[in-house]
Ligand binder design. Structure first.
Ligand code: DQA
Length: 143
């Protein structure tokens, strides 16, 4: 089985991007931590990071056979309506993750157009939030 790890714009430069806000972990670190979390269950991680909304949508449309997804939409949380529609048609549970506590930040980060569709949301716990999301997906999908 495969788990989709989907990261939006500006998340490929994690580790170097405003580390005081987003931490020092790189995307590769996060991929490894998530893979570690789910490997006992026989899941592999398919990690996709794209800067553009269209490519994220294509990744979702090509991943209907995954068991679930972890999605950090980056700033597309604010107005990513086509990303939202793509996620609406994703047939499996998925968790929204934000490294930073978006509600402790600027007003424009206080709304997420994808949040109403998520099974759950993890914010403000840094890279560890992705591990928690992976654990939540294991729990959500167990029979
Ligand atoms: C983010 C929060 C967003 O507001 C921001 O645009 C990002 C990263 C986070 O992980 O904290 O790109 O999604």
């Amino acid at each position: 089985s495969r788990l989709l790890l989907l990261n939006g714009p500006n998340l490929g430069i994690l580790g170097h991007r405003e580390p005081e806000v987003y931490g020092k972990a790189t995307l590769a670190d996060i991929e490894a931590a998530v893979a570690q979390e789910v490997k006992g269950n026989g899941w592999d991680v398919v990690s996709v990071q794209r800067e553009s909304e269209g490519e994220l949508i294509q990744a979702i449309q090509s991943s209907y056979d995954t068991v679930g997804a972890i999605v950090n939409p980056g700033a597309l949380m604010i107005a990513g309506w086509s990303l939202r529609d793509a996620l609406a048609n994703y047939p499996r549970p998925w968790i929204e993750v934000h490294l930073s506590n978006v509600w402790a930040r600027e007003q424009f980060r206080h709304e997420s157009v994808i949040a109403p569709l998520a099974s759950g949301i993890v914010v403000g716990l840094g890279a560890y939030g992705y591990e928690l999301a992976a654990r939540a997906l294991l729990n959500l999908t167990k029979d």
